[in-house]
Design a protein around this ligand. Structure first.
Ligand code: AHR
Length: 659
């Protein structure tokens, strides 16, 4: 937990509201209610905003296999004065048939000649760290050497290596680079030094410092940010990515396994989705494939929640449908995925998992059928999936879609059908103005307790408007989300899981904002919204405690002329601690009486963690990452009855010890 104390910010927010009515927060600590799902607060990862390639997948070379349709995208010819030669893209006798293109460099030998890679909006390297260069190389003729050079953004040479041993067949050549400076936008040069002809493929540069130091692994700082959330589950791989603009572009998990150079490249649907944020260099290399997904879940203690295509392409695009009588391969993919994740090593797919180094099952417990589908076409397909999956795997909970809006006719239609089908979990999505979140804290109070459970699979408060490029991850949106999440926690018997969306965004390569975690090539920036997620996840509790918020007049729910600004929920840990969460969305501090109704002895000393900032529009930035961060302090006068001032625009977690 971040403990940076921002005295000025706190002082500015401590002016107390001149509210006429005295507020009371009452927690019935001896009447524990429903159990809270240990996997309640999770994450949703989609390869959007350069979340995977250029993000979580630590590969630093873009278009390393020359498979982009514009084969030299990301590469430029390096032909210093005197240097002469030719570059050509070929596919005869390739290194791997799945990715058949490669680069031929023909150098006349007057000076080093070759190519430079720009990376993903630059190559981020750190002084003091080591970087593994590798490439598949075939010498066609000549006795030249290869020079590998790393240049900083100002043109300074950061390190270089010379490779001299080659074969006339494809052979992996390696070198280790140690940059003498840190640079977020370095470039990698690969040059033929002398007269000769070389074929190059799978040109790669990887930090040795990856998550768990796995070669070819994930960016350590990004995974750490996920691990720090202590996510209960991880939904993957999308999102619209699952659906594809057409079915041919859908996500197919089987194509994401095995050696990375055998995973066929696919254009990322976010490459061209938004004309106002085009990203013509956005492709999926699937370096974070399904094995890596399961492994990551295991690493960070999250339950895997894979989402599979259900025979429908994105309904915002073509809406292409797989005919019902041709659905069998889609359903078989789902059955095979269960076997891949959980099957014994003697099964076909369990054996493949074991061969990848993981004989133990991944213990997958749930699976999503489709992403954000809607309409009767979805129900027809969901029914087929559900029938086949439940017959063979009743132990797997199925997550069904409810469309892109949390209340429109599509949503109502799907809920009524899914209720009738007795589906396990319904995935609700909501990207809305922050007012929606503040006004919907009681949304689930009246949900039918007997029907399907809710998975709030995608949500985010928008500071401007959905799809606006001006949306910011500011304090105000985070506080609105926190208020809403108190409602989810109070209804933890109905709402079993929730995840913010999207998860990651690269500052120089995003398509969608707001996003939970921003990154550049060297650093990770948690947003105020991130800290809200973290406060809920790390202070989850095991049982809901009934919590009432009253003023002198009655319950403080919103009315037309009095919008609620104070929100609360409470939970109890099996180990004994009582956890109170209070969200104050008012522009001034609000004093309330806190009453913990219990026969236990509640210690006067309690831990308080406050998330707030200097103003509602406060944001964190790479220059100032600590503007809105949680601050921990000790309350000395807590006990079962005390008064407390909840700062303006804040979320407060108070942990009481009870004996
Ligand atoms: O999170 C961004 C997109 O929003 C997801 O891909 C999709 O499910 C939703 O429309």
């Amino acid at each position: 937990m971040n403990r940076i104390i921002q005295a000025a910010a706190l002082a500015a927010t401590l002016s107390i509201s001149a509210s006429a009515n005295a507020l009371t927060i009452e927690v019935q600590a001896d009447k524990p209610g429903p159990a809270i799902n240990p996997a309640m607060w999770g994450i949703f990862f989609e390869d959007i905003n350069f979340g995977a390639d250029g993000g979580l997948y630590a590969e630093l070379v873009k278009n390393r296999s020359f498979e982009f349709p514009d084969s030299l995208k990301g590469w430029s010819k390096i032909s210093p004065s005197m240097a002469q030669g030719r570059l050509s893209i070929r596919d005869d006798n390739p290194f791997k048939a799945a990715n058949p293109h490669y680069l031929r460099i023909d150098s006349e030998g007057s000076a080093p000649f070759g190519v430079a890679n720009e990376g993903f909006r630059g190559i981020g390297v750190r002084k003091g760290e080591a970087y593994n260069f590798s490439a598949q190389v075939r010498r066609i003729e000549g006795s030249a050497a290869l020079r590998v050079e790393l240049y900083g953004s100002d043109g300074t040479l950061l390190d270089s290596a010379r490779i001299e041993e080659f074969s006339s067949d494809w052979k992996q050549c390696k070198a280790v680079l140690h940059p003498n400076d840190t640079d977020a936008k370095a470039k990698l040069y690969v040059l033929v030094d002398g007269k000769g002809t070389f074929d190059l493929d799978v040109v790669s540069l990887f930090p040795q410092n990856t998550w768990k130091n796995r070669p070819g692994g994930l960016r350590a700082d990004m995974v750490q940010a996920l691990a720090d959330l202590k996510p209960g589950f991880m939904r993957f791989p999308g999102g619209c990515i699952v659906e594809g603009p057409r079915l041919s572009g859908r996500y197919q998990w089987k194509k994401t396994l095995g050696p990375v150079d055998e995973r066929p490249l696919l254009v990322n649907r976010w490459n061209f989705e938004f004309l106002h944020r085009p990203a013509s260099d956005y492709y999926q290399s699937f370096g974070v494939g399904f094995f890596e997904f399961f492994q990551l879940c295991e690493d960070i203690g999250a339950q895997p929640l894979p989402i599979l295509n259900c025979g429908m392409a994105c309904q915002f695009n073509s809406g292409e449908l797989c005919p019902i009588d041709a659905l069998a391969p889609y359903i078989q993919d789902a059955l095979d995925l269960i076997e891949f994740a959980n099957g014994p090593v003697t099964s076909d797919w369990g054996a493949k998992r074991a061969a990848m180094g993981h004989p133990e099952p991944f213990n997958m417990k749930m699976m999503g059928v489709g992403n954000e589908q809607w309409g009767p076409q979805y129900i027809e397909r969901y029914e087929r999936f559900s029938h086949a999956l439940k017959e063979k795997h009743p132990e797997i909970a199925l997550v069904a879609a409810s469309g892109p809006d949390p209340g429109d006719d599509r949503f109502k239609f799907l809920w009524s059908k899914l209720r009738a089908l007795n589906s396990d979990l319904v995935d609700e999505h909501c990207y809305a103005a922050l007012g929606w979140f503040l006004a919907n804290t009681h949304r689930y109070d009246t949900y039918d307790r007997n029907g399907p459970k809710v998975f709030m699979g995608e949500y985010a408060a928008q500071s401007v408007a959905t799809l606006s490029t001006k949306n910011r991850n500011n304090l105000e949106t985070a506080i609105a989300e926190a208020a809403y999440l108190t409602g989810l926690e109070r209804n933890a018997d109905v709402v079993r899981m929730a995840s913010y969306a999207p998860l990651f965004a690269h500052v120089d390569a995003w398509q969608w904002t707001p996003d939970l975690i921003w990154v550049n090539n060297l650093a990770v920036l948690p947003t105020p919204n991130y800290y809200v997620q973290q406060l809920f996840s790390r202070n989850r509790g095991d049982r809901v405690l009934p919590t009432d918020l009253k003023d002198d007049v009655g319950p403080t729910t919103a009315t037309d002329n009095k919008p609620a600004t104070l929100f609360a929920s409470a939970a109890r840990e099996t180990a004994g601690e009582i956890i109170l969460k209070v969200v104050n969305a008012a522009r001034s501090g609000t004093e309330a009486a806190v009453r913990i109704d219990t026969t236990s002895n509640v210690m006067a000393r309690a831990v308080a963690i406050v998330l707030t900032g200097p103003s509602p529009d406060a944001i964190n930035s790479f220059d100032q990452p600590g503007v809105v961060v949680p601050v921990e302090s000790i309350l000395q006068d807590a006990s079962t009855s005390f008064h407390h001032v909840f700062p303006a625009n804040s979320m407060t977690v108070i942990r009481f010890k009870a004996q």
